[in-house]
Design a binder for this molecule. Structure first.
Ligand code: SAH
Length: 358
């Protein structure tokens, strides 16, 4: 028996091809998108505007298979964390952060992460595999249903586990669905891809999506950045900023959000702030400072509030819009950099670490 096609893997274009190949009209795609993503219906028998014959064929060749919530935790501050079972071996985490009538879902793109940013606990877990588009958009599907009547999901950020631009095609399919009026209909300002700086993929993204872009900068010079974000050795800051400028070119009010984790004594001095200010002077940018969230076996410490204030003042004085990310959900390990899920590590990184500690 051939495997059934999981329709959660297909965006509108993919569904149009799917139906055309079945000998059906392409408009079936929008009907089915609405059933799946807006109505939350996964049973073809219930899709009453499709003919009986089509419904029967769909039952035979297709399915709508969503990730399963293994548990849900709610933080004192209202943040939700869901652990989702994928395939028996791997689990990922998805976080929802409510705020004054709106709410942001933080979505994972990979099981673990192949990059080794020194201050991120997902990196310690090693890497297993890319998520399918169904598993990425499935996080949105599941969250919308779990929140029904409780909170409004208005924004999505791809800032969970993994590097979205190293899982390019599935990320793009999911972005299309997030922004498609027949699926989730989110405006481009409300859908953000966060990258550690995979430069060639940033150019490709500009071709196929107009989602907002956040870049994990974390240091104002190559020496320090290569230490914190080893990918910088491959794609240094100058190339990264060129790609950023290209991404927002021609669009007046668009800006790149630069994420900057505040690590005490490492990247948070006044000199660093001045260096950062000079670096960003000709890039349309916003800066988002993220107080470091600790995790077991890390030597880094969060910058003090006064260090963060001083740093902010320098950037603001230079006219840079600078915000500090509120730490949310850290009582349930749901804060940035604390997502670990359950990763069957294929890089043997966990093993190497354990051996190094002996
Ligand atoms: N790989 C992508 C997506 C991860 S997004 C990227 O690097 O952008 C998660 C954000 O949280 C990134 O900006 C990441 O650098 C930041 N982060 C990681 N670990 C953190 C920690 N321990 N404390 C605070 N922020 C952290």
């Amino acid at each position: 028996m051939t495997q059934k096609q999981n329709l959660l893997n297909l965006d509108r274009e993919g569904l149009e091809t799917f139906f055309t190949e079945m000998g059906e009209q392409p408009f079936r795609a929008t009907q089915v998108l609405k059933w799946i993503h807006q109505m939350g219906v996964s049973d073809f028998e219930l899709m009453t505007n499709l003919s009986k014959a089509l419904r029967l064929r769909l039952v035979e060749v297709a399915e709508v298979c969503v990730p399963e919530i293994v548990y849900e935790e709610k933080s004192e501050d209202g943040t939700y964390k869901w652990v989702l079972e994928l395939d028996g071996q791997n689990r990922i985490e998805t976080v929802f952060i409510p705020e004054n009538g709106r709410g942001t879902l933080c979505v994972s793109s990979q099981v673990g992460c192949a990059l080794e940013c020194t201050f991120c606990s997902t990196a310690q877990q090693g890497f297993n595999r890319n998520l399918s588009a169904a598993e990425i958009i499935g996080q949105v599907w599941v969250a919308v249903r779990a929140l029904e009547g409780k909170a409004n999901l208005s924004n999505v950020v791809m800032m969970g586990m993994g590097e979205p631009l190293l899982n390019f095609n599935n990320t793009v399919t999911s972005l299309h669905l997030m922004m498609d009026d027949f699926a989730y209909g989110l405006a481009k300002r409300r859908v953000t891809v966060s990258t550690s700086g995979v430069v060639p993929a940033m150019y490709r993204l500009a071709e196929v999506s107009d989602a907002s872009l956040a870049v994990s900068l974390h240091a104002p010079n190559d020496e320090l950045r290569s230490e914190l974000v080893p990918l910088n050795k491959k794609y240094p800051i100058a190339e990264l900023l060129e790609a950023c400028k290209h991404y927002v070119k021609g669009e007046k009010r668009r800006k790149i959000t630069f994420e900057y984790v505040m690590l005490s004594g490492i990247n948070d001095s006044l000199e660093h702030a001045h260096e950062l200010k000079r670096l960003l002077v000709d890039v349309p940018s916003k800066v988002n400072l993220i107080p470091f969230n600790p995790f077991p076996n890390t030597n880094y410490k969060r910058s003090s509030n006064s260090a963060i204030h001083r740093f902010t003042a320098v950037l603001k004085e230079a006219g840079l819009v600078t915000t500090t990310r509120k730490t949310r959900g850290d009582d349930i390990d749901a804060a940035c950099g604390q997502l670990v899920g359950k990763v069957e590590d294929r890089t043997k990184r966990q093993l190497k670490r354990q051996q190094a500690q002996l």
